[in-house]
Design a protein around this ligand. Structure first.
Ligand SMILES: NC(=O)c1ccc[n+]([C@@H]2O[C@H](COP(=O)([O-])OP(=O)(O)OC[C@H]3O[C@@H](n4cnc5c(N)ncnc54)[C@H](OP(=O)(O)O)[C@@H]3O)[C@@H](O)[C@H]2O)c1
Length: 232
């Protein structure tokens, strides 16, 4: 695969899986674009990795459309999009506020749809593109205490499968990656610290994303993965 000039944008790339993915794919030769919602983090991470950085809140559709247009004008047409931005919410459903519920659905679900909506016209015109959605094993089963997070990801599981069928004939791959526990700051940020000794490293998740993206003749519809130590 000739990766020169292949521009890939990653959302939520200021930490965890997103940041590791930008670094990993850059090392593979892609032209990466790092995005995140906090300007100071975007600036620091983009500088550290050595790629262009843009402030992008995926929950805001105007931000999605504007930043995609800006990146395509300044860096180049988008060959790839990794919809990675996401937040965790845990606990009994009745204990969540409606604003917490809205926030998870807007980031995890609508954010993925808004970004996909923003990049697709260009990809269809070029008859080429790759969209990889970072979903979760939480979209493969049901259990208590994760109703909103799981609901947000189950929605994207359905969206990804439908878009895989709809976009494939137009030359655009849409794929879903379903990691189990990853040792990122996601749980800490949500105020529910976890022992992540048994979790997969963000670099390992990034490696799998790289495999899915670079195998360009094939569509990896659903790849789920857990660290071996998570089975102990
Ligand atoms: N960690 C796990 O065990 C696990 C397992 C399965 C799936 N996942 C999924 O993997 C993805 C990445 O999570 P992670 O584990 O790497 O966690 P993380 O380190 O917390 O990274 C999440 C990223 O998303 C960003 N973000 C949050 N809301 C955003 C918004 N509205 N617009 C743009 N960016 C936003 C965060 O930026 P801020 O600093 O601004 O908040 C952060 O950079 C998520 O979709 C998550 O659901 C994680």
């Amino acid at each position: 695969m000739n990766k020169d000039n292949r521009v890939i944008l990653v959302t939520g790339a200021t930490s965890g899986i997103g940041l590791a993915t930008v670094q990993n794919l850059k090392n593979s030769g892609f032209q990466m674009v790092l995005t995140g919602r906090k300007p100071e983090k975007v600036e620091a991470c983009a500088k550290e990795v050595g790629v262009p950085g843009y402030v992008l809140d995926v929950a805001n559709e105007a931000s999605c459309e504007t930043v995609v247009a800006q990146v395509e004008a300044e860096v180049g047409p988008l060959w790839g999009l990794v919809n990675n931005a996401g937040i965790w919410l845990e606990g009994d459903f009745e204990g969540h506020s409606t604003s917490q519920i809205r926030s998870v659905m807007e980031t995890n679900t609508l954010g993925t749809m808004f970004m996909t909506h923003a990049v697709l016209p260009g990809m269809f015109e070029r008859k080429s593109g790759t969209i990889l959605n970072v979903i979760s094993t939480g979209a493969l089963y049901c259990r208590k205490n994760i109703s909103v997070y799981a609901g947000s990801k189950w929605a994207i599981r359905g969206f990804t499968g439908c878009m895989e069928a709809e976009c494939g004939p137009k030359g655009v791959r849409v794929m879903g990656f379903y990691p189990g526990k990853v040792s990122s700051s996601m749980y800490d940020t949500a105020g529910v610290p976890r022992d992540l000794d048994i979790a997969m490293a963000p670099d390992d998740a990034a490696h799998m994303i790289n495999c899915m993206i670079t195998d360009e003749k094939n569509v990896w519809g659903q790849l789920s993965a857990r660290s071996l130590s998570d089975y102990a």
